[in-house]
Design a protein around this ligand. Structure first.
Ligand code: NAD
Length: 306
């Protein structure tokens, strides 16, 4: 059985690592915030540095916030690259499951390949609930051979696992996911502010729309959070802004215009200026409420006099 390394044990990484330990893989763990006792109690081994993880593991998984974090964990002093075997007979595989830049991912692939090792990008969708329940959607950029090797390990953390193409393409797919999610969040927030100010009960409207063509998981889950004003993350505004920044940077490189993405990014910035970047991304409704000078509420308030 292969030894697994897992670096980055936050909202997503902790439950994902738990599934690997419970799948009986010897698992070597590191996180800047420390290794949770729950994981060592289950049999995981805490390591002092990313380098120490790489010295033990055949497959090293990263679940870190952003591109600079991945770069640091891979290439800084005591990083993963320093712990990889120098013997080319023992190729190791790095799987980056964080959401980061597809452009920088291509650099990381080249650098790791030059050291004689393999690299796959496998970002996820499905949030903290998907991580807890091992039902994540995983979008994989890898060679055919590497995909074949890592698929059984990914299946312990996710339900829908798609090999998109060569290394780097998983991150491109994830950027597309984040564009759709952000624009849908914005649309749901606009619609709820609109109906509430018009005097309709947003709870009833949400319920009705969930049975029709406008139905979505975002209307269901985030629509409820917007109506109830419960913004505990979930998926934080700062992470969603980071992801839209990734999409916009790639679009600049490609010469593609993403007007809806740029607008939604701007609304998130306004939301952070007025509220808090650590709130759930459904808090985008707060900035639309300010623009409308109206707070979404579930009780009906008639606005048109007979
Ligand atoms: P998080 O902030 O909860 O966890 C990140 C972990 O990485 C923390 O434990 C932190 O200590 C560790 N870390 C940061 N820098 C480090 C370093 N230099 N060395 C070692 N450890 C370091 O973030 P999260 O919500 O778990 O998200 C992780 C990734 O997954 C992000 O790229 C995010 O965009 C993506 N993602 C998150 C969600 C979600 O719902 N939270 C959903 C899909 C994808």
């Amino acid at each position: 059985m292969k030894n697994i390394g897992f670096i980055g044990l936050g909202i997503m990484g902790k439950p994902m690592a738990r599934h690997l330990i419970q799948g009986n893989y010897p698992t070597y763990l590191y996180s800047r915030s420390g290794v949770p006792d729950e994981l060592t109690a289950l049999g995981g081994t805490a390591c002092a540095t990313p380098k120490a993880v790489a010295e033990q593991a055949d497959i090293i998984i990263l679940m870190l916030p952003d591109t600079p974090d991945v770069e640091k964990v891979l290439f800084a002093d005591n990083g993963v690259a320093q712990g990889l075997a120098t013997d080319s007979a023992r190729p190791q595989i790095i799987i980056d499951m964080s959401t980061i830049s597809p452009i920088k991912t291509r650099d990381f692939v080249t650098q790791i390949n030059q050291l004689g090792h393999d690299y796959a990008d496998a970002p996820v969708s499905g949030g903290d609930i998907g991580a807890q329940n091992a039902t994540l959607t995983i979008m994989v950029g890898a060679t055919e051979a590497v995909f074949g090797t890592i698929q059984p390990i990914l299946s312990l953390m996710g339900k829908t696992i798609t090999h998109i193409g060569e290394p780097g393409t998983g991150q491109t797919c994830k950027a597309a996911n984040q564009i759709i999610a952000a624009l849908t969040l914005e649309a749901v927030a606009e619609a709820l502010v609109f109906v509430s100010k018009a005097g309709a009960d947003p709870n009833k409207v949400r319920q009705a729309l969930l049975g029709g063509f406008a139905a979505s998981r975002i209307l269901e889950v985030h629509g409820k959070r917007m109506i109830d004003h419960t913004f505990t993350p979930g998926f934080r505004i700062d992470l969603h802004m980071k992801d839209l920044g990734i999409a916009l940077d790639c679009a600049t490189e490609l010469g593609v215009s993403l007007p809806g993405t740029a607008l939604t990014q701007s609304l998130y910035k306004a939301c952070v200026a007025q509220a808090d970047s650590q709130l759930d991304s459904s808090a985008i409704v707060c900035i639309l409420e300010k623009l409308a000078n109206h707070t979404v509420r579930s009780e009906v308030t008639p606005v048109y006099e007979a």
